[in-house]
Design a protein around this ligand. Structure first.
Ligand code: S3P
Length: 443
């Protein structure tokens, strides 16, 4: 797992035009959910295209620990025999979620309304991240929770014996909080309601509906309101995981900033709750075409065709932040090559991701000659015609920070180093070979 791996310094160098096809891995968010809902369903769920990154493998292990039968049949092909809603058994050992906020928060939700006890832990990055945002609503269902100071991991949850359904307004835009509450609501009688100010990624809602739960989403005067009827029988379903738009963002960014590039990135999810980066790139004048739009596994997908060209800086509105929350690190790299400043508003949540991503990007970009301004909840990157590079960035156990700086170095005057590329394996195990095949000089 990444948290025990040796640090792996890496370097990227100015590269010739990138060409070819980039087959990026399966969507991380959907992969976690497929394993968890498969474990809560009755019957066998066959999953294809599962992301086999460390984060998701930790969730697979956790589902086994709670009593589901989880088997790998082939590359990206998995079988889950579920135990039914409320059927989790008590795990014998501690549940180690490694680097994964999604894994730990969703699994805590999924077990919190079953009368079993489990203890959760994670790596140094995950152990610093706020968990009270999830354990607070889980306590309202009737679960008993013991956490380290500040509500942090390790956490022990004694699931509610007699859960009560919840009506909950999320305090920050977070699909992880929403999903944890919905998963807990599965084993509470009656209706569990989540209200969010801005819609966040809706993979849980889509997949719950696909597995036969009664769930509806509507926009009312209160906001975006999701209502789930508890105690459904979830029916096992085949799940075809589309390719991850957040992982696609790295080769897409590389093609946009390396002169002469033209690449194809097939089968990318175009779910509107995940689409903010692509909307922003089009505003910047990026040459991106979305070919063959179709539906796969209940999600809209398309093939992206991306060509290098001039880019201009833009202001990203705060309301768009939730739909591109994982893409700000790589957007800040693209922005360094645009004409004029790019302002990113409403991004305070970046400070509690795998690292403080505003700080990590600002320091790393500055080390490579780029001017950055930050406030608590915004970041401005000043683009320049020639980006010097020549610096080393700290990746802070954060896969997206590591990949962002490796992409930066493909178009800077001098090479860019990172102190540790090992975390890349959490979400994009084949990042290096995939980028090298396009012609990128990195390793
Ligand atoms: C995710 C939600 C987002 C995102 C994370 C995956 C999910 O986190 O950053 O990578 O799968 O629900 P928050 O809900 O904390 O914003």
């Amino acid at each position: 797992m990444s948290h025990s791996a040796e640090p792996r310094p890496m370097t990227s160098r100015r590269s010739n035009a990138l060409k070819g096809e980039a087959l990026v891995p399966g969507d991380k968010s959907i992969s976690h959910r497929a394993l968890i809902l498969g474990a809560l369903a009755v019957g066998e769920t066959r999953i294809t295209g599962l992301l086999e990154g460390e984060d998701v493998l930790d969730t697979a292990k956790a589902m086994r620990a709670f009593g589901a039968q989880v088997e790998r049949l082939g590359e990206g092909e998995w079988s889950v025999h579920g135990v039914g809603v409320g059927g989790f058994s008590e795990p014998e050992g501690v549940i180690d979620c490694g680097n994964s906020g999604t894994g730990v928060r969703l699994i805590m939700g999924a077990m919190a309304t079953t009368a079993i006890t489990a203890t959760f832990t994670g790596d140094a990055s995950l152990s610093r991240r706020p968990m009270a945002r999830v354990t607070d609503p889980l306590a309202e269902f009737g679960a008993e929770i013991t956490a380290r100071e500040g509500g942090r991991l390790p956490i022990t949850i004694r699931g509610a014996e007699d859960p009560v359904p919840l009506r909950y307004r999320t305090p920050v835009a977070s699909a992880q909080i929403k999903s944890a509450v919905l998963l807990a609501g599965l084993n509470a009688p009656g209706e569990t309601v989540v209200i969010e100010a801005e819609p966040t990624r809706d993979h849980s809602e889509r997949m719950l509906a696909g597995f036969g739960a009664r769930i509806r989403a509507e926009t009312t005067a209160e906001g975006h309101v999701i209502t789930l009827t508890g105690r459904p029988e979830l029916r096992a379903q085949p799940v075809a995981v589309p390719r991850d738009p957040s992982s696609a963002a790295f080769p897409v960014a590389a093609a946009l900033i390396v002169p002469g590039s033209g690449i194809r990135v097939p089968g990318i999810s175009r779910n509107p709750t995940r689409d903010g980066l692509y909307v922003t790139l089009q505003e910047m004048g990026a040459d991106i075409a979305f070919e063959n739009p179709r539906e796969e596994g209940g999600e809209p997908v398309a093939d992206l065709v991306v060509r290098h060209g001039p880019l201009k800086g833009v202001t990203v509105p705060a309301e768009r932040a939730a739909s591109m929350i994982d893409e700000f690190p790589i957007l800040s790299v693209i922005a360094a090559f645009a004409e004029g400043p790019t302002v990113m508003n409403g991004v305070a949540e970046l400070r509690v991701k795998e690292s403080d991503r505003i700080d990590a990007m600002a320091r790393g970009l500055e080390a490579n000659g780029v001017r950055v301004e930050e406030t608590r909840d915004s970041m401005t990157v000043h683009g320049m015609a020639r980006v010097p590079g020549g610096g080393t960035a700290a990746s802070h156990l954060d896969h997206r920070i590591a990949m962002s700086f490796l992409v930066l170095g493909l178009a800077t005057e001098h090479p860019v180093g990172i102190d540790d590329g090992a975390p890349i394996a959490t979400s994009f195990p084949d990042f290096l070979p995939l980028m090298r095949k396009l012609g990128a000089d990195l390793g």
